[in-house]
Ligand binder design. Structure first.
Ligand code: PEP
Ligand code: MN
Length: 337
């Protein structure tokens, strides 16, 4: 529930509402605005009876928020969140950030070659999976802890923060030790226990949209992380399932501006998993920036033909460098210095 105060409500009015909310066993969070103050009511499981609040002095409106999320919504938190990853800032108003690297860490040499390539081309964050959620059990499942170490070493060597996927709660402590951003993959978007656990850390988190998740379910999954106290959340659109099989998934670009209306959280786009096709990655990267994405996640492999995972959608290092040159021009055109 959101209580909107009159613009001339005084501090005593606000305090009285706060106390009334707290007397109901709930929490009141003040949201000061330039025109008026609002009070977010937290801690309720279901509908809150407004009877004890409605007629208090200074109240303009009581809005029942029936959506399954509140903390992620812009109504509740009008200012855009900027997530800081070792000085790399992701959020509205910041220059879009490019995260790039191989789908999977395959060897120390492979991830280092990718790290050097993406760093030289201007990427800000190195990606690489150590624990891979593969469709079938007979394919490469990732190097595990060894992969985390190679990724960290490669990131340190070239001076880039690193992002990698955490699939299970038991891996969380180790992944936190080696990675700067925890990635929750599409297949785990509704693994609520995992979401709660990453919400209890203070690590930046990248939450990828589930391939069959509605926007409401996506935001509700983000709510799990914020509700545990971790505000450092970045959302990622990576394509959804549709009847179309010509592309791996269907990139739902309209959620980018929609999420910006509905939520204060940064939203980035992964054109690699969205399309599954190398030839489509550059143009959809540009389309994502035009739609307002605050970053991109792009798969880059030093030798895509020999990649153990997702080679068909991976750019080569020279291909990525060419794309970065084009993105730089586009960003200048879009007003980013
Ligand atoms: C990935 O980014 O490594 C990945 C597996 O992507 P998704 O979870 O979006 O399928
Ligand atoms: Mn991949």
């Amino acid at each position: 529930m959101l209580i909107v105060m009159e613009h001339n409500a005084c501090d005593e009015d606000i305090q009285e509402v706060k106390e009334a909310v707290e007397s109901m066993g709930l929490r009141a969070e003040l949201i000061p605005g330039s025109e008026r103050t609002a009070i977010g009511v937290l801690g309720n499981e279901g509908y809150v009876d407004e009877g004890r609040i409605r007629d208090l002095p200074g109240i303009r409106d009581v809005i029942h928020v029936s959506k399954p999320y509140k903390l992620v919504s812009r109504d509740f938190h009008p200012l855009s969140t900027v997530v800081d990853i070792k000085g790399v800032r992701v959020g509205l108003g910041e220059k879009p950030v490019v995260m790039a690297g191989p789908c999977a860490v395959e060897s120390e040499e492979q991830v280092l070659a990718a790290a050097r390539g993406v760093k030289a081309a201007g990427a800000s964050i190195l990606r690489g999976g150590a624990f891979k959620p593969r469709t079938g059990p007979h394919t490469f499942q990732g190097l595990g802890i060894e992969g985390l170490k190679y990724l960290r070493r490669a990131g340190d060597e070239v001076g880039l923060p690193v992002i990698t996927e955490v699939m299970r709660i038991e891996q969380l402590e180790k992944v936190c030790r080696y990675a700067d951003i925890l990635q929750i993959g599409a297949r785990n978007m509704q693994n609520f226990d995992l979401l709660k656990e990453v919400g209890r850390t203070n690590h930046p988190v990248l939450l990828k949209r589930g391939m069959c998740a509605s926007l409401e379910e996506f935001l509700a999954a983000g709510e799990y992380i914020l509700a545990e106290g971790n505000p450092n959340l970045i959302l990622c659109e990576r394509g959804i399932r549709s009847f179309e099989r010509a592309t791996r998934n269907t990139l739902d670009l309209s959620v980018v501006p929609l999420i910006q209306e509905m939520s204060h959280l940064p939203i980035i786009v992964d054109p690699s998993h969205a399309t599954g096709k190398r030839s489509l990655v550059p143009v959809m990267s540009k389309a994502a920036l035009v739609a307002g994405a605050q970053g991109l996640m792009i798969e880059v492999h030093p030798d895509p033909a020999r990649a153990r995972c997702d080679g068909a959608q991976s750019l080569t290092c020279p291909g990525f460098e060419e794309l970065m040159g084009e993105l730089e021009k586009l960003m200048t055109f879009l007003g980013f210095a």
